[in-house]
Design a protein around this ligand. Structure first.
Ligand SMILES: Nc1nc2c(c(=O)[nH]1)N[C@H]1C(S)=C(S)[C@@H](COP(=O)(O)O)O[C@H]1N2
Ligand SMILES: [Mo]
Length: 206
């Protein structure tokens, strides 16, 4: 059967490239961005919003909306992966690197884990190394517009190399800890680390 080179070939290549970017057990949600919220969506005023880094740090810090915007900006362009199996490609988030916040707060020598806290009481834990080295952000803009409230606006955490439950919406606090402690979903059976490429979905997974 004759095959029209170019168009079909290109489409097939594009699909192959996209499936390379899909961690095991995930599907491409296309332009859809599902909302997954365990608690009631809060109504937060950026004027009174603050972001705190505390716990095992030499210099606990709190930034207002204006102060955090005055820090050096940083953005992420790439993919996100939810444990419920959807992935979304090519998203652009703008905010500040968690490295920038930690450089100012100065983690203590014994700090090895971080607990992200939302105003709502949602929590999620991670090894400190997963939020350092240019791999985690505190973000307020997505694809050129302010982060919508249902997706964590005004500000959420973004840790895109881990499953998306680690990206706490309405984040207001990063607490540095010496020992690990399970957050909300981690207490409810989700994995402590959550690497999508290793399919670390539930406690007991590798
Ligand atoms: N505060 C808060 N943050 C949260 C959640 C939540 O329920 N509450 N759900 C997590 C989960 S399981 C996922 S998949 C993503 C969903 O983000 P989205 O609703 O913007 O897609 O947020 C994560 N952060
Ligand atoms: Mo999720």
């Amino acid at each position: 059967m004759p095959v029209t080179r170019g168009f079909t070939g290109k489409r097939r290549d594009d699909r192959a490239r996209r499936s390379d970017r899909l961690p095991p057990g995930q599907y491409d949600a296309g332009r859809e961005w599902p909302t997954l919220t365990a608690e009631a969506t809060p109504d937060l005023d950026p004027e009174s919003w603050t972001m705190t880094v505390d716990g095992l740090v030499e210099s606990p810090r709190t930034w207002s909306w204006r102060q955090i915007h005055a820090l050096e900006g940083s953005s992420y362009f790439g993919d996100i992966h939810c444990v419920t199996t959807w992935s979304r490609f090519d998203m652009t988030f703008v905010g500040v690197s968690v490295d920038t916040l930690l450089d100012l707060a100065r983690p203590g020598a014994d700090a090895a884990y971080v607990m992200a806290h939302s105003t709502t009481g949602y929590t999620t834990n991670m090894p400190l190394e997963d939020v350092t080295g240019g791999r985690a952000w505190v973000v307020w803009e997505v694809d050129g517009r302010p982060l919508p409230v249902e997706h964590g606006g005004p500000v959420r955490l973004l840790v895109p190399h881990l499953y998306f439950w680690k990206s706490a919406k309405w984040v207001t606090r990063l607490e540095l800890m010496a020992t690990d402690r399970p957050g909300f979903w981690e207490q409810n059976g989700y994995h402590d680390r959550g690497d999508p490429w290793l399919e670390q979905r539930y406690q007991g997974d590798p």
